[in-house]
Design a protein around this ligand. Sequence first.
Ligand code: RRO
Length: 302
Amino acid sequence: MNPLRARLASLELENPTMLASGVMGETGGSLLEMARCGAGAVVTKSVGSEPRKGYPNPTLVELEEGYVNAMGLPNPGIEAFAAEMEAARECPVPIVASIFASSPREFADLARRMEGYGASALELNLSCPHAKGYGMEVGVDPEAVAAIVREVKASTSLPVFAKLTPNTHRLVEVAQAVEGAGADGVVAINTLRAMVISIEARRPILSNRGGGLSGPAIKPVGVRCVYDLHAALDIPIIGVGGAETWRDVVEYIMAGASAVQVGSAVARRGSCVFKDIASGMSWFMRENGFRSIEEMVGVAHE
Ligand code: RRO
């Protein structure tokens, strides 16, 4: 048996790495490329009901320890995304469709469309840190997220994962509401609210002023969130936030993650990152007597 096999509800992954939403997930071609580079599953850029240009430039600042972005949910809209899903369908790994919306009904409509396009699972983006009316504005309210999950679960048979924000003191409460509403898993974490100021221009660099921090800087925050969630939930947790090496992925798994998404590291280290992580993990598991990913999940709690 392949020791790297990971299970997320009814999804089977050949290895526990996943491409995170927002990086190389805009087109069918880029999703396919990431799958061929060794990702165990791929997640699309978040897609909404209508096309959105996103915010004007600058939308991304590169720092030594990560990125601060405020892209503004740019996407072609659900209608046009059909062509990308069609191209992505050749993917040898599960395709997780990320969706965002401003009401439970709109989420459910998008979910049905993505199911029709052949998605393997859904990731509900309840956590964009800087979009008015979307994301963390609803994602910090346990009742609001429960209503969204219930409506989506009632309208599709796909596994449903809810992506949570770390920008709240109610993370565990929100996650328990998501679990109670029938979600098949949670994804933790989205980016942390952040800002970068140009001291020459004397103003924030991003056109939106505020943005979200990703990359190695947020890994300890992500690990802590996953650890707290593992102690409180019975559904699988997908860790995300600053994982770049096999050591980072093992750390997330020991905190309680069943799979780990990789985003910024694809830009910082290249697309070989997935294969590098998988081969490092195989070595570590062999050396340490772990016969499966499941045996490693949450061991830091023991
Ligand atoms: O598009 C974005 O600006 C964005 C999204 Br949807 C998100 O979920 N997280 C993030 O940092 N940026």
